[in-house]
Each structure stands twice: as C-alpha cells, then as structure tokens.
Design a protein around this ligand. Structure first.
Ligand code: AMP
Ligand code: MG
Length: 280
C-alpha cells in the first residue's frame, strides 16, 4: 500500500487546526511496529541517496526543503537521519538564526534568497523566511496586517522560485508540549546534550499557544500547489524520519530525471595500462 503522503499535505485554502492533529499519530504505519519502521526508513534512505545523486548528475532541477517547528521538535535530528549518506557535494543546509544588523537592514527575504538551491542542488532550510511571520509576530514586532502582507510576499516569492524551476517542500514537525518538555529536560540532564540547551527556548515555550496559532495562520495562508506544507506528527522520532523520507522520495521520483547522455565515442576509448602510459 503506498504511503499516504497526501494525508499529511495541507491543501490550498485548508484551514489548519493543529489541535485536531495527534502528535503521536503514525498514518501509513503501525504505531506498534517501531523496529519495522526503522528498517523501512533505512531502505528508503538508500533510494534517497540514489535519487540525490541523479539530481546532482543531471544538474537540471533544484529542490528546496523548508523545515519549521518549535524548539526540540527534531529539525536537526531530521537532517541528521533522513539525509544520512547523501552526497554532501549536492546537499546544503542553510540555518537561519536571529538576523544580524546587516540582515536586518535589508528586507526579510534578502538573506533567504542567497541560499536557495542552484541547478542540481538540494537545499534544506533549517528555519527560514517563515520565522518572519512566526517569532517576529509572536514578539509583536509586526502586527496582523503586516503579517498578511508578508503571506502575500511569501506566496509570490515561492511562486517565482517554482516557476523558475525549484521544487519546494515545506515541513512542519508537530510535537506536543509534553514531548517538548521531556526533550528539553533531557538536554538539562544528559551531559552530552547540555550544549543543545538554550534558555531562550523556555521563552518560546511560554508562548506555546501563540506560536501554534501563528503556525496555523502561516501554513493556511501559504500552502499552495507549488509549495505545499506537510504536517508531520513528530512525537515519535522514528515515524517522523519515515514520513519525511517517503515525502522526499515522492517529490524526487516525480521529477522524472535521467543521467546526462554520455559523450560520443566513449565505447571506443581504451584506458592504457600504467606501464605503457608512463613509458616504463
Ligand atoms: P536555533 O535554530 O534553535 O539555533 O535558534 C535560532 C533562533 O533564531 C530561534 O530562536 C529563532 O526563533 C531565531 N530566529 C530565526 N530567524 C529569525 C528572525 N527572522 N527573526 C527573529 N528571530 C529569528
Ligand atoms: Mg534551539
């Protein structure tokens, strides 16, 4: 049975209601079959590697994966596990932090556009221009009207990228506040995770509901045919990796790629043996 990626996709004009989506759900896989899910993801990873190589070799398509989520929802874990083994020459990660003074002196898409993928590249945005309608909104740096204007800009920007040959997939990792609490606690308790703890995450956590509504509005306003959002129940890390791998495979398989035609006469070429080639 094919994996139901369609069920995870936000259709254009859908009104997203995150509270109605179970963060522990596992659509398309038996929730009790974690080890089978992990094995399945490993097999998908092999296919992903092969398709990414084809993307790079063909050098025609551009793929952009946008990852957004609350802190500790698994953006870094997704990048580490889903893209495990892909060729780093053709895959780039762009992480967007608090903007610098220089970045703030430009429009909010300025720093983003510079990182969009070139031909043959797959670029993963770890946070993105969506922060400018999420954190910025929750902090009250822009009002509702301004946010609506930005939704329009973002739709236009993404439409332009798509029209010019970029395939866009946007992924929201949906976790519960209880799961976030456990993961943040682990960052405090486990020495090798201490480095991941950022006290600022607690400030964002204190505004949980405002973030959830900002995400709902942003995803409802910007999920289009060309640049759809997918909402991934992400409390179970193994399911998160499985679902995202399935979605990316769907997208890459949909590109109908092929290796470039070999140059004429390759079959006439003989590679000389070392002793003759070097005259020894
Ligand atoms: P992290 O991804 O956990 O390393 O944290 C990056 C931080 O940068 C998060 O707190 C984001 O909310 C923040 N950030 C990213 N983009 C923006 C932005 N455009 N405006 C304000 N804060 C941002
Ligand atoms: Mg963080």
């Amino acid at each position: 049975m094919p994996f139901p990626t369609d069920k995870l996709r936000v259709k254009p004009n859908d009104k997203v209601a995150l509270a109605t989506i179970d963060t522990r759900a596992t659509p398309g896989w038996d929730a009790d079959d974690k080890s089978g899910g992990i094995d399945h993801t490993a097999s998908l990873n092999g296919r992903l590697e092969a398709l990414q190589e084809l993307l790079y070799a063909e050098g025609k398509h551009r793929v952009l994966v946008v990852l957004q989520a609350m802190d500790a929802a698994g953006k870094d874990g997704t990048i580490k596990h889903v893209f495990d083994g892909v060729n780093p020459s053709g895959v780039k990660v762009a992480s967007f932090k608090k903007p610098s003074a220089l970045e703030l002196s430009h429009d909010y898409l300025w720093r983003i556009h510079a990182h969009t993928p070139a031909n043959g590249e797959l670029v993963i945005f770890n946070r993105s221009h969506y922060e400018d309608v999420l954190v910025v909104r929750v902090l009250g740096l822009i009002d509702d009207d301004h946010a609506k204007k930005r939704f329009e800009h973002i739709r236009g920007f993404e439409q332009m990228l798509a029209d010019e040959g970029t395939t866009i997939v946007k992924i929201f990792l949906h976790i519960s506040p209880e799961e976030q609490k456990e993961r943040l606690q682990a960052r405090l308790d486990e020495a090798d995770k201490n480095w991941k703890f950022d006290p600022a995450d607690l400030d964002a956590r204190a505004h949980w509901h405002e973030y959830q509504s900002a995400f709902e509005e942003a995803m409802s306003a910007t999920s289009t045919e060309q640049a759809p959002w997918y909402i991934i129940p992400a409390d179970r890390k193994w399911y998160r990796n499985l679902a995202i791998s399935e979605i990316l495979l769907d997208v890459l398989e949909g590109l109908t790629m092929s290796f470039p035609t070999p140059a004429d006469g390759l079959d006439q070429i003989t590679i000389d043996d070392v002793s003759r080639a070097f005259g020894v």
